[in-house]
Design a protein around this ligand. Structure first.
Ligand code: G3H
Ligand code: 13P
Ligand code: NA
Ligand code: ZN
Length: 308
C-alpha cells in the first residue's frame, strides 16, 4: 500500500536500521529498486525531485509508483524531494503524495520556520507528513575552519527551536554530507558528535541524511574503464551510514549510487557490444545493476530487511 513514513520512522528510530529513500526518474529505476525491496521484504521511500517531475512528467511517475505498489504489495512512501516552495509542496499533496520535503534551508532561520510551518499546516490537514531541512549541505573541506563549519552545519539549539515552532515530522540535517559524486577531497568525515547532540535535543524526531551515497569504486571504475570520465569520485563509507542508522537517522537519501550503478552497466554493455541498438538490451542491464546495488544497501548497510 501507499503509506506515510510515520510508522516506518517510529520503528526505525528505536532500532539500528534506517529506511532507504531512493530518487526515481523512469521505469527501469523504479523497477530495479522495487525488485530489490521485494526480495528483501523492505519498506521503501520513492522520492521525486523537481527535476524528475520535469523530466518524466508528474503523472507518469505517479502511475509508475502506483504500479510498483500493486506489483510488490510493499509499503511505499511517495515523497517530494527538495520541494522549493509552498506551491510545489501543495501541488504534490494535491497529487496524492504521502510525504513532502520543504527545503527552505537557504533562507534565514525565521523565514525557514515560517515557510515550513505553512507547508506543515496544509500537509497535515491532508494526512501528509513533512520533512524540512536546517543547515547547509557541505563537505567538511568546503567549511575550512571551525566558524564556517558552525555556520554551515545544523545547530542543535536551532534544530530544537525549529522543530518546536514548525511541528515538522522529520528533519534533514547537515553534518558533512553533500550531494553528488564528489563528497570529500581527503578523508571522509562526518560530525557524529553533532548528530548525537541534535538527536539528544530533539528527543525522538526522526532525522534524515541527504547526500548519503557511497559512490562505490566498483561503479566508478566500470564507468572510467568504458569511456567515462569521473575521476576522484568519493562518497560516504558504508560504515558511517550504518552508524548514522543506529543513531537518530531514520531516512537515508540515495540518488548518486543509482545513477552510477545504471550508467556503469549501460556503459559496459554498449562498449562491449557496439552493434547493440536495442534499448532493452542496455536498459535491462542498467535495471539489474540498480537491483543488485539496492539489495546490498538494504541488507548490508541500512538493515531494513524482513520488515514486511
Ligand atoms: O538532491 C538531489 C537529488 O539527487 C535529485 O537530483 O534534482 O537532479 O533530480 P535532481
Ligand atoms: P546523493 O547525491 O548522495 O545520492 O544524495 C541524494 C539526495 O540527498 C537526494 O535528496
Ligand atoms: Na534507526
Ligand atoms: Zn538531498
Amino acid at each position: 500500500p501507499l503509506v506515510t513514513s510515520k510508522d516506518l520512522f517510529e520503528k526505525a528510530y528505536k532500532k539500528d536500521y534506517a529506511i532507504g529513500a531512493f530518487n526515481v526518474n523512469n521505469m527501469e529505476i523504479i523497477q530495479g529498486i522495487v525488485d530489490a525491496a521485494k526480495e528483501e521484504r523492505s519498506p521503501l521511500i520513492l522520492q521525486v525531485s523537481a527535476g524528475a517531475r520535469k523530466y518524466a512528467n508528474p503523472v507518469y511517475l505517479k502511475k509508475l509508483v502506483e504500479a510498483a505498489i500493486e506489483d510488490s504489495g510493499l509499503p511505499i512512501v511517495l515523497h517530494l524531494d527538495h520541494g522549493e516552495s509552498f506551491e510545489v509542496c501543495k501541488q504534490c499533496v494535491d497529487d496524492g503524495f504521502t510525504s513532502v520535503m520543504i527545503d527552505a534551508s537557504h533562507h534565514p532561520l525565521a523565514e525557514n520556520i515560517a515557510i515550513t510551518k505553512k507547508v506543515v499546516e496544509y500537509a497535515h490537514a491532508h494526512g501528509v507528513v513533512v520533512e524540512a531541512e536546517l543547515g547547509r549541505l557541505a563537505g567538511i573541506e568546503d567549511a575550512v575552519n571551525v566558524s564556517e563549519k558552525d555556520a554551515a552545519f545544523t545547530n542543535p539549539d536551532e534544530a530544537l527551536e525549529f522543530v518546536e515552532k514548525t511541528g515538522v515530522d522529520s528533519l534533514a540535517i547537515a553534518i558533512g554530507t553533500s550531494h553528488g559524486a564528489y563528497k570529500f577531497s581527503g578523508e571522509p568525515k562526518l560530525d557524529f558528535d553533532r548528530l548525537k547532540e541534535i538527536d539528544h535535543k530533539l528527543k525522538g524526531t526522526p532525522l534524515v541524511l541527504h547526500g548519503a551515497s557511497t559512490v562505490s569504486a566498483e561503479f566508478v571504475d566500470l564507468c572510467n574503464q568504458h569511456g567515462g570520465t569521473i575521476p576522484g569520485a568519493q562518497g560516504v563509507p558504508e560504515e558511517m551510514i550504518r552508524k548514522a542508522a543506529s543513531m537518530g537517522v531514520c531516512k537515508v537519501n540515495i540518488d548518486t549510487d543509482l545513477r552510477l550503478a545504471m550508467t556503469a552497466a549501460i556503459r559496459r554493455e554498449l562498449y562491449e557490444n557496439p552493434s547493440n541498438f536495442d534499448p532493452r538490451k542496455y536498459l535491462g542491464p542498467g535495471r539489474e545493476a540498480i537491483k543488485r546495488m539496492v539489495q546490498h544497501k538494504l541488507a548490508n548497510v541500512l538493515g531494513s530487511t524482513n520488515l514486511v
